[in-house]
Design a protein. Structure first.
Length: 109
């Protein structure tokens, strides 16, 4: 099972169940749940004002990854049509927001 982006985070909740027989912190999540969990973690990092001020390029990279992850969710056939429609709108939003972030930050150019 692929590792999620959350597995090495020091604040990972103790209530998460590791994979059976695993000695390290690996969690078995269905692939779309792993994408969703990783995307929510990225959104949390993206929203932190201190991170944005100190590392604007990292923020742009996170925004781009969020948009790509939402695109994966928007195309996944096991998700409902209504959910995929919402994801399509969110993906467009994140693409535009990332482009605006690049344009507004002189240290990125």
């Amino acid at each position: 099972m692929p590792r999620t982006e959350l597995e090495d985070h020091p604040d990972a909740p103790a209530a998460c169940a590791p994979a059976s027989g695993s000695t390290c912190e690996e969690y078995e999540l269905p692939s779309m749940e792993a994408v969703l969990a990783g995307t929510l973690a990225l959104m949390t990092g993206y929203s932190q004002a201190l991170q944005a001020a100190q590392h604007p390029q990292q923020r742009v990279l996170m925004g781009s990854k969020i948009g790509r992850n939402i695109g994966l969710l928007a195309e996944h056939p096991q998700l409902s049509a209504a959910f995929r429609c919402v994801m399509q709108g969110l993906q467009q939003h994140w693409v535009l927001m990332t482009a605006c972030t690049v344009e507004s930050e002189p240290r990125i150019h």
